[in-house]
Design a protein around this ligand. Structure first.
Ligand SMILES: Nc1ncnc2c1ncn2[C@@H]1O[C@H](COP(=O)(O)OP(=O)(O)OP(=O)(O)O)[C@@H](O)[C@H]1O
Ligand SMILES: [Mg+2]
Length: 227
């Protein structure tokens, strides 16, 4: 399903932190929202998620740290059940085995609290929960920045592999152009609350036009990164 939002904006404390922004995301498309810290990436991400949900689309959100999604006092089984219930599924009706296998967390003990799992496994569990019900879009805001580079790379690889052949689109919010370069088809570059440049990933990396895109691509040897 094609996802369309028009004129998304945000004002906080009397200041416009997101200027009117419109975008279209095609089924299976993987977009990256990139830009310097404070440029408005997360604000656009939240506005995008809210607007699409109001339109009736299913949109899953993966926050930066598993701590934001998991209650330290609750077992992993509890979280899973809660995620199923939120989607109106009966307990045990999500394809837990398939999702756990795809994200390599089959060995995780669901009776444990989050801190009984490694950080990487926790974040992959959060991604698995997000994928229950095959959402129209999975939006991830800096999903691997709390993980070490090897685990981060493996996590994105597993997610990518899982999404191959599925209709679920992906919006990856990151300041890490190396990560985006490998994982998304199209880049949206934010600066000062504006969407300043948009295009195919390789075009923006090779021929950035705006100052913001030039600064991002100049700062990383993005082809050499493993993730
Ligand atoms: N609730 C708020 N009240 C006031 N200003 C805010 C609020 N939320 C965000 N901002 C400001 O809006 C701007 C954009 O914030 P946002 O979190 O979207 O940036 P970002 O690109 O996601 O940054 P980062 O890479 O650090 O996560 C920043 O200048 C931020 O300080
Ligand atoms: Mg942010």
């Amino acid at each position: 399903m094609t996802l369309t939002v028009t004129g998304l904006s945000a004002i906080r404390s009397g200041r416009t932190i997101l200027h009117p922004t419109s975008l279209v995301i095609h089924p299976r498309e993987r977009i990256g929202i990139v830009g310097a810290s404070g440029s408005g990436k997360s604000t656009l991400g939240h506005a995008l998620i809210d607007d699409l949900r109001q339109q009736g689309h299913s949109v899953a959100h993966v926050p930066q740290s598993p701590d934001e999604a998991l209650d330290p006092l609750r077992s992993m089984a509890f979280h899973w059940r809660e995620a199923e219930e939120a989607l109106g599924l009966q307990a045990g009706h999500a394809d837990r085995e398939g999702l756990f296998r795809a994200l390599k967390i089959e060995g995780g003990d669901l009776r444990k609290r989050p801190w009984g799992w490694s950080r990487g496994m926790q974040q992959r569990f959060v991604i698995a929960m997000a994928l229950i019900g095959a959402p129209d879009l999975i939006a991830l805001d800096e999903p691997t920045s709390a993980l070490d580079p090897v685990v981060a790379a493996a996590t994105m690889e597993l997610l990518s592999g899982f999404l191959d052949g599925k209709d679920t689109a992906m919006a990856l919010i990151t300041h890490d152009l190396g990560l985006a370069a490998l994982r998304v088809d199209r880049l949206l570059v934010m600066a000062d609350g504006h969407l300043v440049e948009e295009g195919r990933t390789e075009d923006i990396l090779e021929r950035p036009e705006t100052q913001a895109a030039k600064a991002l691509s100049a700062h990383r040897n993005w082809m050499a990164l493993p993730c």
